[in-house]
Write a protein that binds this ligand. Sequence first.
Ligand code: F6P
Length: 546
Amino acid sequence: MVPEQDVLTVSSIWSQLAQRAKQEKSLHLADMFASDKDRFDRFSLESAGLLADFSKQRLTDDSRDLLVKLADERQLKHWMDALFSGAEVNCTERRSAKHWFLREPADTAPAVHEQLQLMEGMVNRILRGHWRGVLGDAITDVVNIGVGGSDLGPLMAAFALQSRFPEEGLTRPRIHFASSMDGSQMSQLLQELNPRTTLFLVSSKSFTTLDTLHNAGTARQWLARGLRLDYDDTSLLRCHFIGISASPERMSEWGIMPNNQLLFWDWVGGRYSLWSVIGMPIALTVGMDGFREFLAGAHEMDEHCRTSPWKENIPVMLALVDVWNINFLDISARAVLPYDGRLKHLPAYLEQLEMESNGKSVSRSGEPVEYNTCPVIWGEVGPNAQHAFFQLLHQGTQPIACEFLMTARRYTEAVHSGSVRELDAQHALSNANCLAQSRLLALGERALDPELALPYYKRYRGNQPSTTLVLDELSPRVLGALLAMYEHKVFVQAVIWGINPFDQWGVEMGKIIATDMLEVLRHPESGANLDSSSLALARHVSGKQQ
Ligand code: F6P
């Protein structure tokens, strides 16, 4: 067990930070840059193929130093050691959180690598065209059925890495994702796919999630009908379903054949599971060599985080900057803005990683917290967001922190072969927009001309803080490092706030109430005790179905 922490707001460093924030609130980033030519050098860090520029955050050397002291006061070193030693950091579920262990080399994590090898066998059979459907056809389409962590991570990373192919001689199948319980993705997919050549991955840590089990049941019925087989036919199950879960018993109960089961463990949180066999869609996208590079990049970030002093530590500084914004500058929203369209699904992945982890209002000891924790996080591909919600970032009433992401290298091979020079120009255009927007948000209209006298409706007040993350390239290795960086950042914030980032009790009660509501939808008279709104809506919907 790891010890509890004292109340945060009574700490003297917390009060000093509050004091500092009062003094610094009136500072404008335009002045901070004008008076300090070395600001970028002192507020940027580089490691594992990533550059993090914090210089456009409303941070001075003094506030940064105090934040670093706060990390010490909150015993960050102790908690980091606890995480990396496998102690029970998830206090409400009495579990360790060893997602980092999934990135350890084979000699330290043999059981992890045993499962990876099993996955490798399956991945290579599929990529070589040796995995056959029940009627002998090679697999052309793989559908990942899962939700939350069993969907968002694999979807985001597989989409991000599409331009990297498996080794020569291997053919990537088309990879699809079905998560939503209403069946809309399944209904679309099943119209397009051929049951003879489709393989389903049923991914669920618990193997009890109704969304996933219903989608999997629909797939099974569709296959049985299309292939004219029985629902329980063992060759149908053997040739068309792989199960990925921490519960072999439940997989077997559902019908997943023992040789088609890939396992991971209770100590891997769902939203931290893409490094395990849950990452199979990523391995199918880039091949196993690529998947191992992805793990290696994350491991490099683990080492950076474990060993670097706080001030030079990218995840720690990201976390502390967020704490500064949220708790001292009253900024309670953050926009995630990738300027590389391949990172399109990153905002949704981070919404779960950050908000499901740190969307908490009680401390580890069960006391209500007296300060804000996780902000609202949302995002969109940057260039598209410019034409949608950037107006609010520039001229709205709320302070909002932004996180810009850009890639330094892109389209290298295509450009060298001379085939698509235009794409290189598009990459430069996108990066130029990324730099322009972060500059304008920071400096306001002074980014263009300090002497400008604009009418009020054309003014840009600026002083909206942002961090820019530059990836050397969007390779499996650098993506691995980026995602591990976010995971550690979330942990560091939870340590500062004294909350448990590894449980998610807030999503449980809704599931129970939904089961009751299903009954009310079928028989509205059974809902007499409900509130008038819920009952009337249930009656209305049921009435429309008559
Ligand atoms: O309901 C929330 C949640 O438990 C997430 O934490 C998790 O990623 C998701 O559901 C899916 O869970 P499972 O992988 O067990 O199906």
